[in-house]
Ligand binder design. Structure first.
Ligand code: COS
Length: 385
C-alpha cells in the first residue's frame, strides 16, 4: 500500500516547523550569512521547540519521532536557511548512535541532560587528510587502564566550537583500517580538548565549522560507544539514517529558490510581458518543480525504509546524491532567472546557490554516494568477482 498523504500529526509538525522557519529563522538568515557569526539565540529556541532531539525516545525527554517525521520538519527549517538548519541537525547525527547503540548508562548520562537543558553535540569523523576514506583516519585512541588516551585532530566539525560533547571516531591501530576504529563520547570539558577558530566558508555561513583537537585526552572506558571492529560500521549506519535528513534539506533550499524564481518571473517584464510568459523561463520552472518533487519522494522513501528498520544505504545515497544535485541546479537556474539581479547581494538567490554547493560535498560527496549506490547494485546481482 502506498500513500502520500501526511498524517494529522505530521501535518502539525510541518506547520510548527514552517512557522518556526518563517518567524525565527528567515528574518535573521541574511544577517548571519553576511556576518558569518553563530545564531546561538536561534539554536536555543530550536532546542526549546524539540528540533534538536527529534529521534530521542520520550522516556529520555526527546520527541520520539521517526526519520520520516524528522525529514518533514527538516525541509521546512532548511527552506528558511540551510546553514541554520544544519547546525540544528548535526546533534541528531551525533546522538543517533547513542540512541541506537548506547548502554543504558550512556543514555542516562548523555541523552537525558541533552533534552532537559540547551545543549549541543558534534560528530567527529573527518580529518584534514581524511574525508571520503574514513577507514584511513589518523586520530588514535589507545587503551590505558580503564581509560582511552585520545590524540588527533578532527576537521570540518559542525558546531565544533559549541558542542557539550563530541562523538569521536579514532583508531586503536591505523594498520587495521576500518577494523581498528572505535567510537568514544567525549565531553568538551575534558582536559586536552580544544577547538580552532570558525572556518570562513563560501556558504552555510551561519553554521559553526571548526577543527577539534584532542591532546592526550583521558576518556573514561564507560564512554566507549563502539569497540574495535564496530566503530566504522556504526559510523556508516548513522550516516544511512542522516543522509535523508540532509537530502531533504537540499529539497528545502531548492524549494525556496523555486518560489523566489516564480515570484520574480511573474513581476519582471521583458519584451513587454512578464518573463514567466516566455517558454524558456517556463521550462526552467517546470524542471525545478519536477526535480524537487522527485528529490522529495526519493528522500521520503529512504526515510521510510529507515523507519521500517530496513537496510537503506542505497536509497539514502540516491536521495542525497539526487537532491543535492537538484539543489545546485535549481539554485543556479534561479540566479539565471533573476539575471544580473541574481548575481548581486541584493536578492537572496545568490545565498541559496552558495548554500547548495556544500550539500554535494558534506555527509558523503556526490561521488561517494554514487559509489555506495553502485556497490549495492552490484552486490544485489551477486557481486563483480
Ligand atoms: N552499514 C553497515 N555496515 C557497513 C555500511 C553500512 N552502511 N557500509 C559499510 N559497512 C561495513 C561493510 O559491510 C564492511 O564490513 P565487513 O568488513 O564486515 O564486510 C565494513 O563496513 C567496511 O566497509 P567498506 O569495505 O565498504 O569500507 P570502505 O573503506 O571501502 O568505505 C565508503 C566505504 C566509501 C562507503 C565509506 O568510507 C563512506 O561512506 N565514505 C564517506 C564518508 C562520509 O560520508 N564522510 C562525510 C563526513 S561525516 S559528516
Amino acid at each position: 500500500m502506498i500513500g502520500f498523504e501526511l498524517t494529522p500529526e505530521q501535518k502539525a509538525l510541518q506547520e510548527k516547523a514552517r512557522r518556526f522557519s518563517q518567524e525565527v529563522i528567515l528574518p535573521v538568515a541574511a544577517r548571519y550569512d553576511r556576518d558569518g557569526t553563530f545564531p546561538l539565540e536561534v539554536m536555543e529556541k530550536a532546542h526549546g521547540s524539540g528540533f534538536f532531539t527529534p529521534l530521542i525516545p520520550k522516556e529520555y525527554g526527546g520527541e520520539g519521532l521517526g526519520v520520516l517525521d524528522n525529514c518533514i520538519i527538516a525541509e521546512e527549517l532548511a527552506a528558511g536557511c540551510m546553514g541554520i538548519y544544519v547546525s540544528i541537525f548535526v546533534s541528531t547525527l551525533a546522538l543517533y548512535p547513542i540512541i541506537k547503540f548506547g548502554t543504558e548508562d550512556q543514555k542516562e548520562r548523555f541523552l537525558k541532560p541533552f533534552c532537559s537543558k540547551f545543549s549541543m553535540a558534534s560528530y567527529c569523523l573527518s580529518e584534514f587528510t581524511v574525508g571520503s576514506d574514513p577507514a584511513s583516519m589518523k586520530a588514535t585512541a589507545i587503551p590505558d587502564g580503564d581509560h582511552y588516551l585520545l590524540n588527533g585532530t578532527k576537521m570540518w566539525i559542525t558546531n565544533g566550537g559549541y558542542a557539550d560533547f563530541y562523538l569521536v571516531f579514532a583508531t586503536t591501530d591505523p594498520g587495521k583500517k576500518d577494523k581498528g576504529i572505535i567510537s568514544l563520547i567525549v565531553p568538551s570539558h575534558l582536559a586536552g580538548v580544544s577547538h580552532g577558530a570558525p572556518i570562513d566558508k563560501m556558504g552555510q555561513r551561519a553554521s559553526n565549522t571548526t577543527a577539534v583537537t584532542f591532546k592526550d585526552v583521558r576518556v573514561p572506558g564507560e564512554n566507549l560507544l563502539a569497540g574495535e571492529g564496530e566503530g566504522f560500521k556504526k559510523a556508516m549506519i548513522a550516516l544511512d539514517i542522516t543522509r535523508p535528513m540532509i537530502a531533504v534539506g537540499a529539497v528545502g533550499v531548492a524549494r525556496t529558490a523555486m518560489e523566489l524564481a516564480i515570484q520574480y518571473a511573474k513581476t519582471r517584464v521583458q519584451f513587454g510581458v512578464p518573463i514567466a510568459r516566455h517558454q524558456a523561463i517556463q521550462f526552467m520552472l517546470a524542471d525545478m518543480a519536477k526535480d524537487i518533487e522527485a528529490a522529495r519522494l526519493l528522500t521520503w522513501k529512504a526515510a521510510w525504509l529507515a523507519d521500517q528498520g530496513a537496510q537503506n544505504s542505497k536509497e539514502a545515497a540516491m536521495a542525497k546524491a539526487f537532491a543535492s544535485d537538484v539543489a545546485m541546479r535549481v539554485t543556479t537556474d534561479a540566479v539565471q532567472i533573476y539575471g544580473g539581479m541574481g548575481y548581486t547581494l541584493w536578492h537572496p538567490v545568490e545565498k541559496l546557490m552558495r548554500d547548495a554547493k556544500v550539500i554535494q560535498i558534506y555527509e558523503g560527496t556526490a561521488q561517494i554516494m554514487r559509489l555506495v549506490i553502485a556497490r549495492q547494485m552490484l552486490h544485489e546481482v551477486g557481486g563483480i568477482f
